[in-house]
Design a protein around this ligand. Structure first.
Ligand code: NDP
Length: 476
């Protein structure tokens, strides 16, 4: 059994859960400890005890630990990427790339330990100066989803530690393996006891204990809207700082003047890579009349050639869906789209792999309208739909006509339309001639409307959530 990490010690539990390979459901990857309320509470108390020393530790100390984590992640990227592909199902290429991303995030925040500047301002009063500085918050609860099992935990844990907070980390039940490796790496890198705690287990038990604990000062969450709203309610009861990253229904607009091949490449990548299980996936393809026929023909051709299979096979383009529950959701939405009049141009059927797994041929719907459920609700699978529009104005209006606002994209060779779209798109992130999915690690990440709540993640903007501002007035 892979144990919990509480107060610097590995702790086994009476109950353990297995995680299985979605490319081969008979393969058990490992057994992971399942924390109850008592273990979670012990982790929170350990983090609270460890906070004063960590908060006042010198930046060089924190830099060295985070930098060692980055080095270890890079050095073991193939091994960790392979584990990631086995437990989550993205292809090995994607698994390794995600591990590299995690390493880069730790490296970035290692540097940020040494770059925590404040501001010095003259006061409006004589002989007084004003200093604005940032201070750590305390214990941060980190709750993450299954779809980026090493990158999302990293982009929360690294800044939390960098800015002097201590951490209680609860990963998604589906992917305890990557979380455990990260905990092991932090432990070997010399993180002091109690500063980082791993509690694998159920959202309803571990997650809720974190939400109700007195000692937790802030909660950062990535996951579904439903759980996000539950977390928001719990945090508001305790007046606790909160950061939520949730779903998307991201539009990729393709205009008549787009480079056709590039548009098809970006649509395939954005909609279907990582099995479409990305909050930034291009699930709505909004295409103007002049290019519609050519775009659909070429995109359909490409979709038919996508090879679905075992995440670790070299020739695989699209790995399995991550779980039986997610596969059921994908199939349900395919049926809903059909029933509401969508035309299934290709895919949408189960594929037989070399082993029993959750293999689904990416589904492409045409003849859909923006009010259909397939275009309103997040599927979180390899399912994309095309909406035909007259012109740029209609494309922009349709792309903004959604409750979500995470990411949007446009394919065009026109500076005019690219500039208008960038300015008027109601999304936190906008892509011009790029897939909606795939972002840099050193710049802010997050959305608007129902997609996000609270300060941005990543880059220097992460300081906004993971620290609090102090304004000091000094009379000389
Ligand atoms: P869920 O919301 O189901 O779960 C997310 C996390 O919350 C898991 O660790 C889960 O634990 C935990 N949780 C569940 N119930 C509770 C509870 N009552 N209290 C506290 N924690 C709880 O999301 P998924 O894991 O299914 O991930 C998919 C979702 O994540 C999609 O909606 C996707 O859009 C979103 N996402 C958003 C991103 C963004 O940045 N905007 C990026 C990536 C994904 P357990 O696993 O035990 O249920």
């Amino acid at each position: 059994m892979k144990p919990l990490l509480i107060d610097g010690a590995w702790v086994t539990t009476a109950h353990a859960e297995e995680n299985r390979n979605p490319s081969n459901t008979s393969e058990v990857i490992d057994l992971y400890a399942h924390a109850g309320r008592a273990e979670t509470q012990a982790a929170i108390e350990a983090a609270a005890r460890a906070f004063p020393d960590w908060a006042s530790s010198i930046p060089q100390f924190r830099f060295e630990i985070l930098n060692r984590v980055a080095n270890e992640l890079i050095g073991r990227k193939t091994e960790i990427g392979t584990l990631l592909s086995r437990e989550e199902g993205k292809t090995l290429r994607e698994g390794i790339a995600e591990t590299e991303r995690a390493a880069n995030i730790f490296r970035f925040f290692a540097g940020e330990c040494l770059r925590q500047a404040g501001e010095l301002l003259p006061s409006v009063r004589p002989d007084v100066s004003v200093e604005v500085t940032r201070e750590p918050l305390g214990v941060v609860g980190i709750i993450t989803p299954w779809n980026f099992p090493i990158a999302i935990p990293s982009w929360k844990i690294a800044p939390a530690l960098c800015y002097g907070n201590t951490v209680v980390f609860k990963p998604a039940e589906l992917v305890p393996g990557c979380a455990w490796v990260l905990a092991d790496i932090l432990q070997s890198a010399g993180i002091p006891k109690g500063v980082f705690n791993l509690v694998t287990g159920k959202g309803s038990v571990v997650g809720n204990t974190i939400l109700e604990a007195e000692d937790v000062e802030a909660v950062t969450f990535t996951g579904s809207q439903g759980v996000g709203s539950h977390i928001a309610q719990a945090c508001s009861r305790h007046m606790r700082k909160l950061q939520l990253e949730m779903g998307g229904k991201n539009p990729l607009v393709v205009l008549d003047d787009a480079d056709l091949d590039l548009a098809v490449d970006c649509a395939v990548d954005g909609a279907f890579y990582s099995t479409g299980q990305r909050c930034t996936a291009s699930s709505r393809l909004i295409v103007t009349e002049g290019i519609y026929g050519r775009f659909i023909e070429k995109l359909t051709e490409r979709c038919r050639t996508l090879k679905v299979g075992d995440a670790l096979d070299a020739g695989t383009d699209i790995g399995p869906v991550a779980s039986a529950a997610q596969l059921e959701t994908d199939l349900k939405y395919i049926e809903i789209a059909r029933a509401q009049g969508g035309n299934l141009r290709c895919g949408g059927d189960l594929v037989k792999g070399s082993n029993e797994g959750y293999f689904l041929q990416p589904a492409l719907f045409t003849d859909t309208t923006n009010d259909m459920r397939i275009n309103r609700e997040e599927v979180f699978g390899p399912v994309a739909s095309v909406i035909r529009v007259r012109d740029f104005e209609e494309a922009l209006a349709k792309s903004n006509d959604t409750e979500f606002g995470l990411c949007s994209g446009i394919m065009t060779t026109s500076l005019k339309y690219a500039s208008h779209f960038r300015k008027d798109s109601q999304a936190g992130m906008v892509m011009v001639n790029l897939p909606t999915a795939g972002v840099d690690y050193h710049v802010p990440f997050g959305g608007r409307k129902s997609s996000s709540y609270g300060p941005r993640e990543q880059g220097r903007y992460a300081a906004e959530f993971f620290s609090t501002v102090k304004t000091s007035y000094i009379r000389a």
